[in-house]
Design a binder for this molecule. Structure first.
Ligand code: XMP
Length: 515
């Protein structure tokens, strides 16, 4: 397993409710300090074993007063490592150190004016009056002995507190959210001035240390990597290639269910630009054959998953001497599978997921990185924008966007319509802001008229959603003139289509994909 955290000053983010912790960890990294999320029940000795320069307690959805509220070993305050508690984290440290947290009946939610009432290293150089983002029901009403109240807000008598001598700080507000305009500066004060962290978590150093970690792990052995066309596998492959050059062979299983131009792009980028040894398996016919007459969505997924594994195994048999397999696992995948308090994220049976009995050791060069860091690494390595910023795409590909039977004709219709959607969304400058935007081909035909002719053809449905993490999503409010262009181009340019509809369903109750 590769570990690239070596050599970086580390700040631990103790997780009292996962959504909060991830954002804090990302903000710390944006300040170029390496951060790791750890569960709140981790023994302090294990936390200290990571040699953190600072520890941040996240917010959390519970009250410190309810039974079973998450807590942390109070030994953490005696370890000589600076602590910053945020929201629930501040309440917890106040309570554990002898202060008082109460249900005042006057919670604060949203943008709140805050007044700095005593000089604090956290607020150095910041205005005494500033807006902060609050989201709390309980409030700290009395600080622990030895603590100073450094800021107040209308309904939080203690909006910030500290024991500077022991480097223990708490803020009731959320410095990690964009709605606290000076929040990042407050975090930076904690990281640089209180913890003494060096801002050395930069793209160049991330790449250097991952390359080194991959070299250490792999030695002189052969490595294979499955490319999917998506950003994660592409960046993982590019990193490993930088590390071990032609010890790497990439395998791209072309299912025939990719977006228009995707296979060519993988070829151009990896074979031509990066000079990677690439095996391009054109298995479209085989996939289509196995999907013949299949209309049930779950069966489609299963068949595609199994066919993928079989094809990959056949190819891998030609590389018997390869000991390592690259996986594009990201940090959030690791946190989500390992944190007891994280809301369980629905796991798709991922096509490209390989059976455990394949005899490979995994190389996971992205396992410490968030998605935005993966993109930045991809850009730094020179991967094309089209790959680095590609929207998520389901493993089973267009099969789950072709409702009903999948035939070569219907794949071609959807690819052509989808390419227009992508092109126009990009031209409108919306591609990066929209989580996913694509075309769906339903299984009905409707009547239309084109020229003097009656037509009986398929509709195309446009699906565009905004989302943070695909768990929930809202339909994107696309401008009317864009919708008009989409409609007219799809009908005029894609034979077999005579109608365009827009899906205006959020998730829940809909899912992002149609199948
Ligand atoms: P749904 O349709 O469940 O999709 O709202 C949520 C997100 O997951 C993607 N998706 C998949 N990703 N393998 C994947 O790797 C799959 O089988 C799969 N099915 C859906 C979907 O595109 C969306 O981003």
């Amino acid at each position: 397993m590769t570990d690239l955290s070596e050599g970086f000053d580390t700040v631990l983010v103790v997780d009292f409710g996962a959504q909060y912790a991830q954002l804090i960890a990302r903000r710390v990294r944006e300040a170029h300090v390496y951060s790791e999320i750890v569960p709140h029940d981790m023994p302090v000795a294990d936390m200290l074993a990571r040699r953190p320069r600072g520890i941040i307690f996240s917010g959390g959805p519970k009250s410190v007063h309810v039974a079973g509220a998450p807590t942390v070993d109070a030994g953490v305050y005696k370890a000589g490592v600076p602590v910053l508690g945020i929201c629930y984290g501040a309440q917890l440290l106040a309570q554990q150190l002898g202060g008082q947290v109460a249900r005042t009946g006057r919670g604060e939610y949203g943008r709140t004016p805050m007044q700095v009432v005593s000089a604090s290293a956290l607020m150095a150089g910041l205005p005494n009056e500033q807006d902060v983002w609050m989201s709390h029901f309980d409030a700290i009403v009395a600080p622990p002995p030895g603590f100073t109240v450094t800021a107040m807000s209308p309904d939080a008598p203690v909006a910030a507190l500290e024991d500077a001598e022991h480097a223990i700080y708490g803020v009731q507000f959320h410095p990690e959210v964009a709605h606290t305009p000076r929040g990042q500066e407050i975090l930076k004060h904690f990281l640089y001035d209180v913890c003494g962290c060096r801002p050395n978590w930069t793209m160049t150093s991330i790449i250097e240390s991952s390359v080194e970690a991959v070299r250490d792990q792999v030695g002189g052995e052969k490595v294979i990597c499955g490319l999917s066309g998506g950003v994660d596998s592409a960046v993982a492959a590019a990193l490993v290639h930088k590390a071990v050059g032609d010890q790497l062979t990439c395998v791209f299983v072309d299912t025939g269910l990719m977006r228009a131009g995707e296979a060519e792009q993988v070829e151009t980028t990896f074979r031509r630009q990066f000079n990677v040894d690439l095996v391009h398996v054109k298995a479209g016919d085989r996939f289509l054959e196995s999907l013949n007459d299949v209309i049930d969505p779950e069966r489609k997924r299963k068949i595609i998953g199994e066919t993928f594994i079989r094809v990959f195994e056949e190819v891998a048999a030609d590389f018997e001497d390869a000991r390592f397999l690259v996986q594009g696992t990201l940090y959030p995948d690791i946190i989500e599978s390992g944190t007891s308090d994280a809301a369980k994220i629905k796991s798709h049976h991922n096509v490209g997921g390989l059976p455990d009995d394949m005899n490979f050791e995994l190389v996971e060069p992205l396992r410490n990185l968030f998605k935005d860091e993966v993109r930045a690494v991809g850009e730094e390595l020179g991967l094309p924008e089209d790959i680095v910023w590609r929207q998520p795409f389901p493993g089973p590909g267009l099969a789950v966007r072709i409702i009903g039977t999948i035939t070569p004709e219907r794949v071609a219709i959807l690819q052509a319509a989808d390419a227009i959607v992508v092109e126009e969304i990009k031209r409108a400058g919306l591609y990066r802001d929209i989580w996913q935007s694509f075309a769906v081909l339903p299984a009905v035909r409707t009547v239309g008229v084109m020229g003097d002719e009656r037509t009986y053809a398929y509709p195309i449905v446009i699906r565009a959603v905004t989302s943070e993490d695909a768990m929930t999503a809202d339909w994107a409010r696309l401008p009317y003139d864009l919708l008009e262009r989409l409609s007219s181009r799809i009908i005029n340019e894609v034979p077999g289509v005579n109608r365009v509809a827009l899906d205006i369903t959020s998730k829940p109750p809909g899912t992002i994909e149609w199948e």
